[in-house]
Design a protein around this ligand. Structure first.
Ligand SMILES: Cc1cc2nc3c(=O)[nH]c(=O)nc-3n(C[C@H](O)[C@H](O)[C@H](O)COP(=O)(O)O)c2cc1C
Length: 199
């Protein structure tokens, strides 16, 4: 028998470091946060990553339609970036305004400050009902800004973020998570086959 609460808590051990995912469509830039990103290839000459993005997030369609995104590993002292990109939708505001960034080789926004960034071109997708798993070829990388990197701390893991986020954020974070879980619950059972044609 599965006990959903226990199962969910155990599965939380399988979350990834906290990453910022940026995108661009028709001149409009956006960014979001994910803790469901992993390396998806062991071949140095074929570097790949994958990430699950919920369909109800604004970033989803921007990424699906353009076939590209940038993934950023963050430092432990970049909680401000997690709040800025992960707590509100880009439908409501330009979240990258005031956050130093530049356009990368694929034309996606690349954050000037991060632990490392990977620009990715999507090579395949899988529908999960509530989200899409994007598989991306890494076409450009960079470490974050060298100056002051030590001062920005270590790699930001999901466990570190959850344990150390300011108390006043927690209520908002839990509420947003619960809302996402409810919507995802309704969508999760209907999985459609998708053929990725763009390249
Ligand atoms: C720590 C953390 C982890 C998150 N992980 C994911 C994730 O794996 N997939 C996802 O679709 N959304 C995830 N989110 C939620 C999105 O970042 C959030 O809904 C964001 O506001 C979406 O922005 P957008 O609508 O501009 O795309 C996470 C948020 C936080 C704070």
């Amino acid at each position: 028998m599965l006990e959903p609460g226990l199962t969910y808590q155990l599965l939380r051990n399988l979350t990834s470091p906290v990453v910022a995912i940026t995108s661009e469509r028709n001149g409009k830039e956006n960014g979001m946060i994910s803790d469901a990103a992993v390396r998806a290839s062991i071949v140095p000459s074929v570097p790949r990553v994958s990430v699950y993005i919920h369909k109800f997030n604004y970033s989803h369609d921007m990424i699906f339609e353009t076939g590209r995104f940038a993934m950023h590993l963050l430092h432990t002292k970049q909680f401000d970036v997690v709040r800025r990109l992960g707590f509100v939708s880009g439908r409501d505001r330009n979240k990258l305004e005031g956050l130093p960034h530049h356009r990368g080789v694929l034309g996606v926004p690349v954050l000037d400050e991060c632990f490392a960034h990977f620009e990715c071109r999507i090579v395949n997708v899988m529908d999960t009902g509530s989200s899409t798993l994007f598989l991306g070829d890494v076409v450009a990388v960079g470490p974050g800004a060298a100056a002051g990197a030590d001062a920005r701390g270590e790699l930001l893991t999901a466990a570190y973020f959850r344990a150390n986020m300011p108390a006043e954020w927690r209520v908002e974070y839990e509420a947003k998570l619960q809302e996402a879980q409810q919507v995802a619950a309704e969508m999760s059972r209907t999985i459609k086959p998708v053929v990725w044609k763009k390249n």
